[in-house]
Design a protein around this ligand. Structure first.
Ligand code: HEM
Length: 515
């Protein structure tokens, strides 16, 4: 009875959004596929329109399929569309209300967000470029030596960068015990936060059970203490390192510590804010690079055009750098098209609505959205809006580069770019790591094009082994499952790559050892 939705009094002239009719009590729970639900959402949006509603065991879920509606609600009405549902297991028991991604919209979130903004905003992100250049060199050097381990190199690239920025810690193989601990925390949070993973998320009354009758409580307590211990240790060591080097801005921890009083957050909140940048930033950037590699394997002519642009701007004698980016619009277009074609967070991260609202649709209907609804900006569908993105299922970087496409913008020295791009979410909760991610993708893509050739693998009888276009992992961040391709250093470029690597990495390591 408690799960039955209460009959709502609608404001005059408004109506409920449409949507597939569900079963009594459980609603549409069993209509939603357990993974890659965005395919089903796209099908439903063709049937019920760009905004429709699902009832999942009494909870209201609003599915949004156009960028305009997502911006109207999540950005323009951000004061009421910026909350997150407090899932008992993930937000409360596992994270003890400390993890920024799950924090409710309010003062604590604002304070923590200010710290994250100060660590990653557009101007400060520019000062991280030299580390991104170093890490990208190392990634490509290992990619060329061992292309079959591409997942490891991309993960080490994005994770290693954040660890250096956050704690001044370097990663070498990616198999170090510290990395394994961080990855365990990351996998736990992904698992615990997956919809349907714990009954207590659907029936919060179970929270009242004493620990002896609630194994989920004991499990969450153990996992929370492991992650809290890790994040506290990392914060302490990060602060110590920045003090030893007498450089308060040596890493994120030092930057926080030297302005601690201005943030109004506890040490544990700071430890989580910095600690979870790794979990939000490492896998996402690496997944995007895996989709880039897949796109280039599937579309050799696009890779040839990319190489042509990079070669004509950079020439033969040096590796691309950040100063080339204004002259490399195709590099930026390819990064953007990869995120459009294969969005990392394809289902979008839901925002929770905190106050009843009425939204006027283009067809004249005024639809009523109730407080407590989870609003899902589904990137997969948003990125396939046929008017904004003609030929939406094809990989077409030219949609960002040629005048006849609706998404084209000038000047090409500035556009396309990833600022405010829907792949990074919407409104006040838009990804705070966007400026770091954007630079990480551009530099690695430009350098791979300059240093490497990518080919479809040939079978023993000479046939091309074309990887599947969509065989992706499950979860809320998705990446292509391992696929076959060949990658080699371009004949005249290997020596330059090795020399530059030597200069950046080997000399740096020697200097560190000497000091
Ligand atoms: C290609 C790479 C990335 C993609 C596609 C991506 C995507 C997203 C998306 C879709 C959201 C949800 C926004 C919303 O609720 O509307 C988000 C949130 C977030 N991202 Fe990223 N992200 C990326 C890289 C990064 C990096 C490098 C960092 C950190 C340095 C980062 C840190 C965060 C954090 C902390 C949040 C939570 C924000 C909040 O809830 O207030 N992300 N990201």
């Amino acid at each position: 009875y408690l799960l039955l939705p209460a009959r709502q009094q609608l404001p005059p002239g408004s109506q409920l959004p449409g949507g597939p009719s569900g079963r009594p009590i459980l609603g549409n729970l069993f209509d939603i596929p357990p993974y890659h639900s965005w395919f089903k959402f796209q099908e439903w949006s063709n049937q019920y329109g760009p905004l429709f509603c699902l009832n999942i065991a009494g909870r209201n879920h609003v599915i949004v399929s156009t960028e305009a509606i997502a911006n109207d609600l999540l950005r323009e009405r951000g004061n009421i569309y910026s909350d997150r549902e407090q899932l008992p297991m993930a937000a409360q028991l596992l994270s003890d209300n400390l993890r920024p991604l799950f924090l409710p919209y309010g003062e604590t979130w604002r304070n923590v967000r200010k710290l994250m903004h100060n660590l990653a905003n557009v101007s400060v992100a520019a000062s991280y470029e030299s580390l991104q250049e170093e890490e990208s060199l190392r990634a490509i050097r290992d990619l060329v030596r061992e292309p079959g381990s591409y997942e490891t190199w991309f993960e080490r690239y994005s994770g290693g960068l954040i660890l250096r920025l956050a704690y001044s810690k370097s990663v070498s193989t990616g198999k170090e015990p510290l990395i394994q601990r961080i990855l365990a925390v990351l996998h736990n949070v992904e698992r615990v936060a997956s919809p349907g993973a714990y009954l207590v998320d659907s029936v919060p009354a179970l929270l009242r059970l004493p620990p002896v009758l609630a194994p989920f409580r004991r499990e969450a307590a153990r996992l929370h203490s492991e992650e809290l211990d890790l994040f506290r240790t990392l914060l302490k060591e990060g602060v110590e390192t920045s003090q030893e080097r007498s450089q308060s801005d040596d890493n994120f921890c030092g930057k926080w510590f030297s302005n601690k009083d201005s943030y109004n957050i506890s040490d544990d909140q700071a430890a989580y804010a910095i600690g979870t940048l790794f979990e939000a930033g490492a896998g996402t950037t690496a997944s995007a690079m895996m989709s880039f590699t897949l796109a280039m394997t599937l579309h050799p002519s696009e890779f040839a055009k990319l190489q042509h642009e990079v070669d004509s701007v950079v020439g033969n004698g040096r590796i691309p750098s950040f100063s080339d980016m204004p002259n490399l619009p195709r590099v930026r277009a390819i990064a953007k098209e990869v995120l459009r074609w294969r969005p990392v967070t394809a289902g979008g991260l839901p925002h929770m609505l905190t106050k009843d609202d009425v939204y006027k649709m283009d067809d004249g209907r005024s639809v009523f959205l109730s407080a407590g609804s989870n609003v899902h900006p589904v990137q997969w569908t948003i990125h396939r809006e046929p008017l904004r993105y003609p030929d939406p299922d094809s990989f077409r970087p030219e949609r960002w580069l040629e005048k006849e496409w609706p998404t084209y913008r000038e000047p090409l020295t500035h556009y396309p770019n990833l600022q405010n791009f829907s792949a990074f979410g919407f409104g006040r909760r838009i990804c705070p790591g966007l400026n770091i991610a954007e630079r990480s993708l551009y530099i690695l893509i430009a350098r791979i094009a300059w240093c490497c050739d990518i080919f479809q693998r040939q079978s023993s009888n000479g046939e091309a082994l074309v990887p599947p276009s969509y065989d992706y992992t499950t979860g809320f961040n998705v990446q292509p499952k391992p696929f076959a391709f060949d990658l080699t250093a371009r004949p005249d470029r290997r020596e330059i790559l090795e020399a530059q690597y030597e200069e950046n990495w080997v000399r740096n390591e020697e200097t560190k050892q000497n000091t």
